[in-house]
Design a protein around this ligand. Sequence first.
Ligand SMILES: C[S@@+](CC[C@H](N)C(=O)[O-])C[C@H]1O[C@@H](n2cnc3c(N)ncnc32)[C@H](O)[C@@H]1O
Length: 188
Amino acid sequence: MKSDDIQGWVNYKRTYKKYIQLYNNCTFLHAGCFKGKGVCYACENIEEQKKDIKVICVDSWADKDLRFKNTIKISDSYSTYGDYIFETFKRNTEQYAHFLTIMRDDILVASNKLNDNSIAFILLDCCYISQEHTESVLDILYKKLIKGGTLVIPKLQKRKFNVNSWSERMRVDAKFEHGPDVIWRFTK
Ligand SMILES: C[S@@+](CC[C@H](N)C(=O)[O-])C[C@H]1O[C@@H](n2cnc3c(N)ncnc32)[C@H](O)[C@@H]1O
């Protein structure tokens, strides 16, 4: 499925294009996948740029973490709305299955399963629980980045939780970028 045809919010086009140009022979992490719009865009770009980049896709696909669950009627073949979105994600991304690793977990649980110094680029689009949860996730994910790796957080999420103080604590280089995919960025 083409990323443009998948329901979602934004697909982080500028962001992915830029970081796929920058990195190669490495692993990316897309945290918060929903139906796969951003993941598909990343994959389309990896193929277009002929890069060897694997993508780890993390999402809980849990009813409690998903919005709009009351706005659609799901067929009886899915026991939960989360299952329906998860199956949709798998279908939408199936042509890229060879370079995807899918982890259906809370981001905090999934982060702890990753190796330190193993990820070149992280897009974090799934921390909405609390300041404490967000800080714990960021502290863990920062350790997972390779040296020179980049973690980006969409602006909405940054606004909801006080990511600034975390960045100051970690003494990382952070700056705003403007455009449709405005992000907060840390480079290790
Ligand atoms: C705004 S959507 C992400 C959109 C996605 N980046 C795209 O490309 O369309 C947020 C996603 O985060 C997931 N999510 C929310 N809280 C989570 C958590 N604590 N751990 C893992 N996933 C979570 C939801 O299931 C949902 O699919």
